[in-house]
Design a protein around this ligand. Structure first.
Ligand SMILES: *[C@@H]1O[C@H](CO)[C@@H](O)[C@H](O)[C@H]1NC(C)=O
Ligand SMILES: *[C@@H]1O[C@H](CO)[C@@H](O)[C@H](O)[C@H]1NC(C)=O
Ligand SMILES: *[C@@H]1O[C@H](CO)[C@@H](O)[C@H](O)[C@H]1NC(C)=O
Ligand SMILES: *[C@@H]1O[C@H](CO)[C@@H](O)[C@H](O)[C@H]1NC(C)=O
Ligand SMILES: *[C@@H]1O[C@H](CO)[C@@H](O)[C@H](O)[C@H]1NC(C)=O
Ligand SMILES: *[C@@H]1O[C@H](CO)[C@@H](O)[C@H](O)[C@H]1NC(C)=O
Ligand SMILES: *[C@@H]1O[C@H](CO)[C@@H](O)[C@H](O)[C@H]1NC(C)=O
Ligand SMILES: *[C@@H]1O[C@H](CO)[C@@H](O)[C@H](O)[C@H]1NC(C)=O
Length: 370
C-alpha cells in the first residue's frame, strides 16, 4: 500500500477516515496551512486532496486547490480505455495524459463490444468515473444504457468544486423515464420543477439513447435523442429577494456512476426513491456477479470563450462576489501536483494509534497532529 492509497478518498476509505477523525472542513472551518486542501468529501489534506473536487472556498486559500483543467472539446468512445486512468489514486493532475479517472469501482468491457459496464457489487459502493477536465458551459452528450434494478441508480452529471450540479438520474427499475435536476451551490430547488421525470421513447436499459446537457450562460436544456425535454432559463432562477441567480455557473467535472441507494445505510426517502431495497439474489446479479449500466461514449463540446490563450491551463477560484457567488477566472498555473509535494492527512492526536495500526506508517509522507 502506498501513501496515495490512503489519500484516495473513495467510498472504501470513508469509514476509515471517519474512524480516525480526520480534520473536516466547511464554510466556517477552513483547512490549515499544513493540510491546505478541502477534499470533495470535506476532509483536509494535501497532495491528491488538491485535485479534482477540491473545495476552494473551504481550503486554506481559494488557490490552494490546483486549477480546474481547462475544457477541451473531445469525444471518448469507451471501447478504448487508453485515456482512462483505471486507478484514480495514480492521477497526478495531468489532464493531457488522461481524459477520465475511475474514482471508485470497476469497469468491465461490454460483452457485445458497445463500450464499458460500470459495475456495482454488494461488497463495494458501485463505480464512479470523472472527467479530468472541467467544462464551463458547453454541451455534453452521453450515450448509455441505464441500470434496471430496484435500489440501483445510474447517474450522468456535471459537478463543480462548489457543488453546482446538473443531473440525469435513472432510479431503480423505472426504464421508461429519467429524472432531471440541477443544484446551485449544493442546494436543489425542489419547490420548482426539480426532479422532473421525463419520458424516454424506448426502454433505457436495453437501448442506447443520447442524453444531452446543453448548458450555456443563459439557459440549460436537457435533450434525449435531440429532442429538448426540459429547459431552465437563468433569468427564471432569480432569488425572491432579487440578489442571486440560483443557476449553475461554475466549472464542472463530468461524472458517471452506478450506486446502491437501496441499502440499509441509506435514508428511507432515498431507498423509496430508488425503488426499494436491492435484491442481491437477483438472477442477473448472481450470474454476472455485479449489477451494471453500459457507457458507450461521452462527447464534450466546450463553450470555448475561456480557452483562447495557449497559455491557459485552467480555471481558479478567487473568492465570492458581492452576491456570494464564487468568482472563477482563467489561469496559467500548473494543474499538476509536484512530485516533491508531501501527501499529508491531518488527524487528531488521539486517533494516530488507530491510524497507524490500521494502515501502517509507510503509507504516509507525514501526519499533522491537531
Ligand atoms: C492503485 O494505485 C495505488 C498507488 O500506485 C496502488 O497502491 C494500488 O494498489 C492500485 N490499486 C489497484 C487496484 O491496482
Ligand atoms: C464546521 O465545522 C466545525 C468544526 O468541525 C463545526 O463545529 C461546525 O458546526 C461546522 N459548520 C457547519 C456550517 O457545518
Ligand atoms: C502530461 O502528459 C502528457 C501526455 O502523456 C506528456 O506529454 C506530458 O509531458 C505530461 N506533462 C507533465 C508535466 O508531466
Ligand atoms: C425555488 O424556485 C421558485 C420558483 O422558481 C422560487 O420562487 C424560489 O425562491 C426558489 N427557492 C429557492 C430556495 O431557491
Ligand atoms: C432550448 O429549449 C428551448 C425550449 O424547448 C428552445 O426554445 C430552445 O430553442 C432550445 N435551445 C437550443 C439551443 O436547443
Ligand atoms: C497558439 O498555438 C497555435 C499553434 O501552436 C499558434 O498557431 C497560435 O498562434 C497560438 N496562439 C496564441 C494566441 O498564442
Ligand atoms: C501567466 O500569467 C501571469 C499573470 O497573468 C503572467 O505574468 C505570465 O507571463 C503568464 N505566464 C505564461 C507562461 O503565460
Ligand atoms: C462565499 O459565499 C458562501 C455563500 O454565501 C459562503 O458560505 C462562503 O463562506 C463564502 N466564502 C468566502 C470565501 O467568502
Amino acid at each position: 500500500m502506498t501513501r496515495s492509497t490512503l489519500l484516495f478518498l473513495g467510498a472504501a476509505l470513508l469509514p476509515l477516515i471517519q474512524l480516525i477523525s480526520a480534520q473536516t472542513c466547511n464554510s466556517t472551518s477552513l483547512c490549515p496551512s499544513t493540510a491546505p486542501c478541502c477534499s470533495e468529501y470535506g476532509y483536509c489534506g494535501s497532495g491528491s486532496y488538491c485535485l479534482g473536487g477540491c473545495e476552494p472556498l473551504y481550503s486554506f486559500k481559494s488557490t490552494s486547490c490546483r486549477p480546474n483543467p481547462i475544457c477541451v472539446s473531445q469525444e471518448t468512445n469507451f471501447n478504448d480505455l487508453s485515456k482512462v486512468q483505471l486507478n484514480g489514486t495514480k492521477f497526478d493532475g495531468n489532464a493531457t495524459a488522461y481524459d477520465w479517472v475511475v474514482n471508485t469501482g470497476n469497469l468491465i468491457a461490454d460483452p457485445s463490444g458497445q463500450g464499458v459496464r460500470l459495475t456495482l457489487k454488494e461488497s463495494d459502493q458501485g463505480t464512479k468515473i470523472s472527467s479530468t477536465r472541467y467544462i464551463h458551459y458547453g454541451s455534453i452528450d452521453f450515450v448509455l444504457e441505464s441500470s434496471k434494478w430496484n435500489g440501483v441508480v445510474t447517474a450522468a452529471i456535471t459537478m463543480s468544486d462548489v457543488k453546482d450540479e446538473i443531473d440525469w438520474e435513472w432510479p431503480g427499475a423505472i426504464t421508461d423515464k429519467v429524472q432531471t435536476n440541477y443544484w446551485f451551490l449544493g442546494v436543489a430547488n425542489y419547490s420548482a420543477t426539480q426532479g422532473a421525470a421525463v419520458d424516454i421513447a424506448s426502454d433505457s436499459s436495453s437501448n442506447f439513447h443520447t442524453y444531452t446537457f446543453d448548458w450555456q450562460e443563459d439557459y440549460l436544456n436537457w435533450s434525449i435523442d435531440g429532442q429538448v425535454v426540459r429547459t431552465v432559463l437563468k433569468q427564471d432562477t432569480l432569488s425572491d429577494d432579487g440578489t442571486q441567480y440560483k443557476y449553475p455557473s461554475t466549472p464542472s467535472r463530468i461524472q458517471l456512476s452506478i450506486w446502491p441507494a437501496g441499502i440499509s445505510t441509506s435514508a428511507q426517502g432515498t431507498i423509496d426513491w430508488s425503488g426499494g431495497m436491492i435484491d442481491w439474489t437477483d438472477p442477473d446479479y448472481v450470474s454476472n456477479g455485479y449489477f451494471w449500466n453500459t457507457l458507450q461514449s461521452v462527447k464534450i463540446s466546450c463553450a470555448n470563450q475561456d480557452n483562447t490563450l495557449n497559455s491557459t491551463t485552467g480555471w481558479a477560484y478567487g473568492g465570492n462576489d458581492t452576491q456570494g457567488i464564487p468568482i472563477v477566472d482563467i489561469t496559467n498555473a500548473s494543474t499538476l501536483l509536484s512530485g516533491a509535494e508531501p501527501s499529508i492527512l491531518l488527524v487528531k492526536k488521539s486517533t494516530v494509534a488507530v491510524l497507524l495500526s490500521t494502515i501502517g506508517l509507510a503509507t504516509l509522507t507525514g501526519i499533522a497532529l491537531l
